[in-house]
Design a protein around this ligand. Structure first.
Ligand code: UDX
Length: 440
């Protein structure tokens, strides 16, 4: 089966590579010539464990190609995945200009029956919009060609994207015809035979499943973060609270880790977007609105925790370990570090930092604070002469740090463990003035 994946961002690239791994003939399309040139040289533009190996293997097998030629890619394929960005606008709603532009391209180049699938996270009703846009272009060409639109939302987690796509919890298919469903079943045959659950529904429900899932997980995190603030005040232990709650199968242990607030490319964007969709439909989603507000408060609480315990920050050196919004990614979108670092600087601190993958992007995102941030090549040199160490992201390599050695090089010994990676280490409180999240 010949498939075009339009958009080689996180979702599109991973989707293209995985579909090739499933045996499909895939052509990944992007308008950016530089990106396609790099991909054709085997350079993966994102840090995602395992992706390059599968990409190289499938390029070599002739099943995976990259191009900027959108028209020929559309004409040559029976299935077209739209995986372009839907960035948030001022009011939180998703900007659909890239989706519309691809739909126009499809309408202008459609020459035979094809299935057009939305992979991007899009507001309810976008399936219809894509269908109408393609139909409009066909009308302009004064021809009538049959096509189907479908929705197949992506649930990949950055840092675990390859495994997540090879072994998903479920595949959601929003379809309007059996013809489209038959084709999608063939596309995902590799997952069908592995008995991965398939949820087949209408397009609008599929679009909602994506937003509802992300919003629910964001609510879950904000819930435990609120519990952690109360636990700190009353002297309870959130680590035990989450463990005790998570053993209830109805609650489940995942996404109950308190921390500096959720970030990334999905939760912040999708919670705002679904609230906006509700508003446009004269509904209000109070729980999700509260989760968004709680997330802002959680970041402020981290800043306050540092200031309250250290006092005046002027002339204090604070080392931040970990910048990306989570481990195993270089993605800095909505990373808590982007709010917490400027606030510490505005309160007088200078920042020393090290992150295995997040420094390149932080340099441009926080360029206005460049004279107050120094980037280091490793954890130990970043901690030299620091007054405080803040663990911002739980990269595995930080949990095996030699704490005695770190402390030895520091000027003072504050340790703010915003990811609780040392919370079960009996010795940490002997070495540092230790402040985890969610307990005294
Ligand atoms: C998320 C969804 O999990 C995925 O299904 C969707 O397709 C895209 O959004 P991702 O953004 O890659 O994936 O990361 P995820 O692992 O879900 O973490 C998101 C944020 O929540 C991170 O900032 C993380 O640190 C935070 N988080 C997660 C917590 O604070 N506590 C937790 O228990 C879990």
């Amino acid at each position: 089966m010949k498939i075009a994946v339009i958009g080689t961002g996180y979702v599109g690239l991973v989707q293209g590579v995985i579909l090739a791994e499933f045996g499909m003939n895939v052509i990944c399309v992007d308008l950016e010539q530089n990106k396609i040139d790099s991909l054709n040289k085997g350079i993966v533009p994102i840090y995602e464990p395992g992706l390059k190996e599968i990409m190289d293997k499938n390029v070599e097998a002739g099943r995976l190609k990259f191009t900027t030629e959108v028209s020929s890619a559309i004409k040559d394929s029976q299935v077209i995945f739209i995986a372009v960005g839907t960035p948030p606008q001022e009011d939180g709603s998703a900007d659909l200009k890239h989706i519309i532009s691809v739909a126009k391209d499809i309408g202008q180049n459609l020459d035979d029956y094809k299935v057009v699938i939305n992979k991007s996270t899009v507001p309810v009703g976008t399936g219809e919009l894509v269908k109408n846009t393609i139909s409009h272009e066909l009308n302009l060409r004064a021809i009538n060609i049959d096509f189907d639109v479908a929705s197949n939302p992506e649930f990949l987690q950055e840092g675990k994207a390859v495994q997540g796509c090879l072994n998903p919890d479920r595949v959601v298919l929003g379809v309007e015809s059996n013809r489209a469903l038959d084709i999608l079943n063939k596309v995902y045959h590799a997952l069908r035979v592995r008995q991965v659950p398939f949820v087949v529904t209408d397009i609008k429900s599929a679009e909602m499943i994506k937003y509802a899932s992300n919003a629910f997980l964001a609510v879950k995190i904000s819930f435990i973060n609120e519990m952690s603030r109360l636990a700190e005040t009353v002297g309870a232990n959130t680590y035990d609270i989450a463990y005790g709650m998570g053993l209830d199968a109805r609650i489940a242990p995942e996404f109950l880790q308190c921390g500096p607030g959720y970030g990334g490319s999905c939760f912040p964007k999708d919670t705002l977007a679904i609230v906006n969709i509700a508003k446009k439909n004269n509904e209000s989603l109070k729980i999700i609105e509260a989760a968004i507000e709680a997330n802002v408060l959680q970041k402020q609480h981290m800043i306050q925790k540092i200031i309250t315990n250290m006092g005046e920050l002027t002339n204090k050196k604070i080392t931040i370990l970990g910048l990306s919004f989570k481990p195993d990614t270089d993605d800095m979108r909505d990373a808590p570090a982007l709010d917490i670092i400027p606030a510490l600087i505005k309160n007088g601190a200078t920042i020393h930092t090290y992150c295995p993958q997040g420094m390149r992007e932080t340099k441009w995102r926080l360029s206005e604070y460049a004279d107050r941030i120094t980037y280091f090549d490793d954890e130990y040199s970043a901690c030299e002469n620091a007054d405080a160490l803040v663990i911002m992201t739980q990269w595995n390599q930080f949990s095996i740090l030699d704490l005695d050695k770190i402390k030895h090089g520091m000027r003072d010994n504050y340790l703010f463990d915003l990811r609780n990676i040392f919370v079960t280490d009996n010795n940490v409180r002997n070495i540092f003035k230790y402040f985890p999240v969610g307990q005294k």
